[in-house]
Each structure stands twice: as structure tokens, then as C-alpha cells.
Design a protein around this ligand. Structure first.
Ligand SMILES: [Fe+2]
Ligand SMILES: [Fe+2]
Ligand SMILES: [Fe+2]
Ligand SMILES: [Fe+2]
Length: 401
């Protein structure tokens, strides 16, 4: 399987911007902008192409540790306090342990809010802070200032005022050089940011293999599950059951890995759905359900531009389609739904019924069988596949039956 690094990196950037939009509703494209500013600073500092590519990736991922939980804990004083929370630096660093960067570097995310004068969270000072972290620290602040102010001179003077205390002088020097150009500021606009990033990101023909992709999908799976305390193990549970069923149905290694990746990514679009809806302790209103239903559409949109990933996208994004065409978001019917899509739909329902939800406890196996067979009888899901999932995976969740 051949997946372009560049294309996948864009998918990840869309996903993380969705996440940030979901958590901090008025913010768009924060990660992409931080990445573009970092790329430009890196180029001005003479970094080589491989380093620029990794710097862009670290910048896209810099706030991956921000979760709904972090947000709840510190949101009283708004966005700035969220950015400064120590926990997202530590969680974010840990999340990326297996991310396939071209060259792995330590502590970039951990120190992305560290102060140059050594007065930061970890007391690391000056050039002991990794260069990538120092670049991202400044890019992050420039991005926040860009959204808050229209006066560019004021932004430059604010940054200059913090040079040597918050920010590294050599990084500030590079920023000064690039920010004098009008196009620098125009390119940060929501309208242009994606296009500009595509243009500036070094093109690599390096392709990722399935193992790289699996590692990234596991990271995204953790981020998705961290969104809600009530569905905190949903994605991992689905991936585990999908793996088991792939073995049961005799999938070869590639097909099995692709199914696990699809399972890891199936609810990626839930990142956009507000937690007030996901965690609601009661029946969703018509409007809330309409928003909830958008999540599989977002799953598809985040992934569909990646060439080579077509199967995975289909299997992941079709898990709420029904065989009689009454599902969502497209209303695909049986003939358009592959065996894998039908299998993942059954696995999703099985896992959902056997885990605790805000509005009910997990259900016992006989109740689960009753519900799933009823759905099969109505023509929603494949009854044969559903029976195999129930029989073969009944012990998977035995602790809760
Ligand atoms: Fe941050
Ligand atoms: Fe940030
Ligand atoms: Fe879903
Ligand atoms: Fe799901």
C-alpha cells in the first residue's frame, strides 16, 4: 500500500483543526497556521528539507494533547489558560511516541511552551530547549496575536518585547525577516492557509507503509477516545473486536491491518461534534441528532484526499449506513456496502451496546443479541455477520456482562 506522507500529513492537519474547532468553537486553522509560520521561520534559519518537513509535522501536532478534559479543567479563564496548561505538553509528547517522523526528536512537544529565560514549566533554558520547540513557541504566539489584532506593528512590537525572555533571539530574528513581507500576513488568512501550506511543505516521495499508518491511526484513536469520558474506550474496543473478527473471517495480513486502521479512524469526525451532544445524558433532540449524524461525513472528508486509502475510507465512513438504504450520511444500500463496511457497522453496534453510555449502563449479551437480530430483521444490518460477531466476541467484554 502506497500512501504519500504529504497527503496524509494534510489529513492529520485537518483532523487536528477539527478537534480544536470542536473544543474552542471560535477558532479555525490554528494548527495549520502555526505550521506554516514554523515552516517559514525554519526556511529563514536555513534548515534542510527533511527538517522542515518534520518541523511542519510537529507544528501541526503541537496541541494534540489538548482534550475536552483539559479544557473543562481550566476553561474558566478562557483560551489563553488552555494554551498554557502543562498537561497538554506532557500528554502531547507521549501521544507521539510512535509517530513516524522522518527523524524522531525528543521533547519537542513537551517543551513547546517553555520560556527562553528558563522560567517556564520545566526550567529548561536558552538553547537547551530544542530548536523546533523554540520555533513552535514563537509561531504559536504569532498565530494567537494574528487572530486577536489587526495592527501588524503592534504584533511585531509585542513579540520584540518578549525576545530573550519568552522567545529565542535567533528565532525572533528569522521571524522579523519574514514578517516584513505583506504576503506573509495575507497567506495566513483562512481562505489561503491550506493552499499556502501545500505549496510550502517540502514534497517528499517517501511513502508510508501500513505499519506507519497503523501507528498514526492509533494516535488519532487515542485523541478521539480522549474527547469524551463516556466513550473513552469505544474506538479501542472496536479496533480490538475488528482485529478479532478479521482473524475469524480469515483476512490476510494487509486486509486485517486495513480493517484495524478503519476501526481506529471510524469516529474521527466525532472530533467536530460538541461534547454537549456526545455526553448528553438523555435523548438527543432532532437538531442535536442532525449534528451527531455529520460525524461520518467528516470522517470521510478528513481522509478522502489521501490516495491509496480509498478502501479504508469506505469501511470507516460507512459504519452508519444501513443495508436498506435508510442509514446516513449517504443512504448507501447493500450493493454499495462492502463486506468490510457491513462488518464494521456490526462491530460498532456491538461495541456501543456493550459499553457504558451517559444515558444507560452496558447491556448483557442476550439483550445485545435481541437488539442486533431485530435490526437484521428490519434489513438494517447483515444478520449473518452480526451473529458471528456476537458469538465470537461475547467473551471480549465478559467483564461487563
Ligand atoms: Fe500548546
Ligand atoms: Fe497552540
Ligand atoms: Fe459513529
Ligand atoms: Fe463508533
Amino acid at each position: 500500500m502506497r500512501i504519500s506522507r504529504n497527503e496524509f500529513m494534510f489529513s492529520v492537519s485537518f483532523t487536528l483543526d477539527f478537534l480544536e474547532m470542536g473544543i474552542r468553537s471560535n477558532i479555525t486553522n490554528h494548527n495549520k497556521r502555526v505550521s506554516l509560520i514554523s515552516i517559514r521561520i525554519g526556511k529563514a534559519m536555513g534548515l534542510d528539507e527533511e527538517s522542515i518537513f518534520d518541523l511542519a509535522a510537529y507544528a501541526i501536532l503541537h496541541d494534540n494533547g489538548i482534550t475536552h478534559k483539559t479544557f473543562n479543567a481550566i476553561s474558566e479563564n478562557g483560551v489563553d489558560r488552555l494554551e498554557k496548561s502543562l498537561s497538554h505538553c506532557i500528554t502531547g509528547e507521549m501521544n507521539l511516541e510512535t509517530f513516524p517522523f522522518i527523524k524522531k526528536r525528543e521533547n519537542i512537544i513537551k517543551y513547546h511552551h517553555e520560556r527562553y529565560d528558563g522560567q517556564g514549566y520545566f526550567g529548561i533554558e536558552g538553547c537547551d530547549i530544542p530548536l523546533f520547540s523554540r520555533i513552535i513557541t514563537l509561531a504559536d504566539r504569532v498565530e494567537i496575536e494574528y487572530r486577536m489584532r489587526t495592527d501588524r506593528e503592534e504584533i511585531l512590537s509585542n513579540i520584540a518585547g518578549d525576545t530573550g525572555t519568552l522567545f529565542s533571539p535567533d528565532v525572533c530574528e528569522a521571524f522579523k525577516e519574514i514578517s516584513g513581507n505583506t504576503s506573509f500576513w495575507l497567506s495566513l488568512d483562512d481562505m489561503f492557509i491550506s493552499h499556502e501550506m501545500k505549496r510550502e511543505l517540502p514534497k517528499f516521495d517517501i511513502e508510508m507503509d501500513l505499519r506507519d499508518l497503523l501507528a498514526i491511526s492509533c494516535i488519532l484513536c487515542n485523541i478521539i477516545d480522549a474527547k469524551s469520558p463516556f466513550t473513552g474506550t469505544h474506538t479501542k474496543g472496536i479496533a480490538r473486536i475488528a482485529c478479532k473478527m478479521a482473524g475469524y473471517f480469515g483476512f490476510d495480513e494487509e486486509r486485517k491491518t486495513k480493517l484495524i486502521i478503519a476501526a481506529n479512524l471510524h469516529d474521527l469526525g466525532k472530533i467536530v461534534v460538541p461534547n454537549a451532544i456526545i455526553d448528553k445524558n438523555g435523548k438527543l433532540t432532532k437538531d442535536e441528532f442532525a449534528i451527531m449524524k455529520s460525524h461520518t461525513y467528516y470522517t470521510r472528508k478528513a481522509l478522502e484526499s489521501v490516495k491509496g486509502l480509498e478502501d479504508v475510507v469506505e469501511w470507516a465512513a460507512n459504519h452508519h449506513e444501513k443495508l436498506d438504504g435508510s442509514g446516513y450520511p449517504y443512504g448507501f444500500a447493500r450493493e454499495s456496502l462492502s463486506f468490510e463496511s457491513q462488518l464494521l457497522a456490526c462491530v460498532d453496534i456491538f461495541q456501543a451496546l456493550t459499553e457504558n453510555r451517559p444515558y444507560r449502563e452496558s447491556l448483557g449479551i442476550e439483550k445485545v443479541r435481541g437488539i442486533m437480530m431485530d435490526m437484521a430483521g428490519r434489513g438494517y444490518i447483515n444478520g449473518d455477520i452480526a451473529s458471528h460477531v456476537i458469538e465470537h466476541c461475547r467473551d471480549e467484554n465478559q467483564n461487563i456482562f
